[in-house]
Design a protein around this ligand. Structure first.
Ligand code: HEM
Length: 137
């Protein structure tokens, strides 16, 4: 029980503190800022998100293990894993947009890619939170 509480706490705190900041990229991308400023903000946020995704997976697997792998036999768990993979792919797209030096020409295209992938990531995180709380079979 203590371990369950510990891993649920890690799972929930990481979702809020580690994945919540993704919203900052979408918001910054919607402001009239220089593309280089948005990219500079996105880099550390995406590093935090990368570490947090690993922590989410490990704490989630630990919770399933503590429950005798019962969740692994349920539909919501498989759907969550598929969404989690989608989240990883979107993270890769966003990381790609921050790599290297942005030129004048491709700065706005990079910010557009960052903005879209960040809103999509936030939507998937919200969906995952609902799915894991409701656990519909
Ligand atoms: C990355 C985004 C994720 C988010 C936002 C998220 C969110 C949540 C939330 C809000 C809960 C409910 C906690 C509670 O009320 O007890 C939960 C539970 C759970 N999550 Fe996740 N989760 C994520 C990823 C994962 C992954 C990748 C796995 C599996 C490898 C996982 C496995 C679980 C399990 C097994 C529970 C059930 C805990 C229990 O038995 O109470 N989660 N998650």
């Amino acid at each position: 029980m203590v371990w369950h509480s510990l891993f649920v706490s890690i799972h929930a705190a990481t979702a809020i503190l580690g994945l919540g900041p993704i919203l900052a990229i979408g918001l910054a991308g919607a402001l009239p800022l220089e593309p280089s400023a948005v990219i500079r903000l996105a880099r550390p946020v995406l590093r935090l998100v990368g570490v947090s995704l690993v922590l989410m997976l490990l704490s989630g697997l630990a919770l399933a293990w503590l429950d005798g792998w019962a969740p692994a036999r349920q539909g919501w768990f498989h759907a969550s894993l598929a969404l989690y993979l989608g989240l990883g792919a979107l993270h890769g797209v966003a990381m790609g947009a921050t790599r290297g030096q942005a030129s004048e020409a491709d700065g706005s295209a990079r910010v557009a890619r960052l903005r879209k992938s960040s809103w999509a990531m936030s939507a998937v995180v919200g969906l995952l939170a609902i799915l894991m709380t409701v656990r519909p079979g």
